[in-house]
Design a protein around this ligand. Structure first.
Ligand code: NAD
Length: 408
């Protein structure tokens, strides 16, 4: 096989936490040698043990044989410092979600790595251009946004910075293919495609708790539509505390009414599945989300304290608000050129966010409804609830031409 300068043979991963572990396995499973760095040696040791256990489990399940498990494990090695990884073709950074920390690491690596090496960040939302600006090789910097658990989830968002070169993107796409991922290229914006759309969707879900709904009702409605998990069950799996800590660190957003239920849950140590309690209760060792009346009482208390007059919110309203929030943001992402096509957005939601496969993704679903209809429904919400529902320009334009997102 002919080799381009970007063909990835040797990689390094920085960070041995939740994401680093999955990413290392993705690379090793695809035949790429990986050197692994974490500034906490205990974390690294633990992570090596965990992936060895995962491979042993895969052998017991009959998914791979012992020789394959050994080969995968043999591709992974701990590296003491950055100097030890100076010859790799690609570094994927998966340390804490903090811009200054990531910039520091990129700056340091830039000084050490060979000039053609690629530098990628697994950030969930941070500005890839700001990270690239810490280096003298912005053409070789990009986002590789894996989803948790990274060795299982199919989706890979490849984030193109303003200066990312076509060759770097191509190398990333080739790597995605080798790892068996569904890769989608996203432009650089806060949250990229998936998490940017998730924001208004979850905001509606949270607002409805204050207005009169309960977590189980919201989840039941969206699961009834076919989502693998409703938003509150999803937060329990991801960890409610992640955003809570991020808000604390950033020193903003903590006072918003919509996050008060989350705040209270976290203050009570209810972080989600991992702590046995979150929006739901979990018996020890179980992942079964059980309704918890204490949470309903908390929701009621918080909304009353905030002065909301609670009302009955039916499953149709829950669906309407959550889905239209998703679609309207998707349309903005498309009109801004953050996503290359409506199909790419659908791939993100089908493979990363549990959107029901039979509905084809949020944009395909909107096309099935008809964009003239979606436009009217958004206008109705705008009249009732305000500016945040203003339809994206693209929806009005396509609706007027009788077209769908698929023709955008
Ligand atoms: P984590 O807290 O589980 O792990 C972070 C690791 O980085 C720790 O092992 C820590 O010791 C290490 N670390 C910190 N500073 C370091 C340094 N200077 N040098 C080397 N190692 C260092 O975090 P995570 O959940 O794996 O998240 C990592 C990144 O992935 C974040 O940017 C996060 O936003 C992103 N991400 C997370 C998820 C998720 O669901 N957890 C999903 C997608 C993306």
């Amino acid at each position: 096989m002919s080799q381009t300068s970007f063909e990835i043979q040797q990689a390094a991963v920085i960070g041995a936490g939740t994401m680093g572990r999955g990413i290392v396995m993705c690379l090793a499973n695809a035949g790429v040698n990986v050197q692994w760095v974490d500034n906490n040696p205990q974390m690294l040791e633990q992570a090596l043990t965990t992936i060895a256990q995962t491979y042993a489990h895969n052998v017991r399940q009959g998914r791979i044989d012992q020789a394959e498990a050994d080969a995968r494990m043999a591709r992974v090695s701990a590296a003491a410092d950055y100097a030890a990884i100076r010859n790799v073709d690609l570094v994927i950074e998966a340390v804490y979600e903090n811009l200054e920390l990531k910039q520091k690491i990129f700056r340091e690596l830039d000084g050490l790595l060979k000039p053609e090496a690629l530098l990628a960040s697994n950030t969930s939302a941070l500005d890839i251009d700001a990270i690239a600006a810490a280096t003298r090789r912005p053409a070789q910097v990009l986002g590789l946004h894996f989803f948790s658990p990274a060795h299982i989830m199919k989706l890979l968002e490849i984030v193109r910075g303003a200066q990312t070169s076509p060759a770097a993107l191509e190398a990333a796409l080739a790597l995605g293919k080798r790892m068996g991922k569904v890769s989608v290229v996203s432009g650089n914006c806060h949250g990229f495609i998936g998490n940017r759309m998730l924001h208004p969707y979850v905001l509606e879900a949270r607002k409805m708790l204050l207005e009169g709904a309960y977590p189980q009702q919201v989840d039941a409605s969206l699961q009834g539509f076919g989502f693998a998990m409703g938003p509150f069950r999803m937060y329990d799996v991801v960890g409610i505390d992640l955003e809570w800590r991020a808000r604390q660190l950033a020193g903003k957003g903590q006072d918003a009414p919509e996050v008060q239920v989350d705040n209270r849950l976290c203050e009570m140590g209810r972080f989600g599945q991992k702590s046995g309690n979150g929006y739901y209760h979990y018996e020890p060792g179980s992942r079964q989300a059980e309704h918890d009346p204490e949470v309903d009482a908390l929701v009621l208390r918080v909304s009353e304290e905030l002065g909301f007059q609670r009302r009955d919110i039916g499953p149709e309203e829950i669906l309407e608000r959550c889905l239209l929030a998703l679609i309207n943001e998707g349309a903005k992402i498309l009109q801004e050129g953050i996503a290359g096509s409506a199909h790419d957005i659908d791939l993100v939601y089908l493979n990363g966010y549990g959107f029901p496969a039979d509905k084809g993704g949020p944009m395909a679903w909107a096309d099935q409804q008809g964009l003239a209809d979606i436009h009217q429904r958004l206008l109705a919400l705008e009249t009732r609830q305000g500016d945040q529902w203003k339809p994206a320009r693209l929806i009005g334009e396509l609706a007027a031409q009788g077209k769908g997102f698929a023709h955008a």
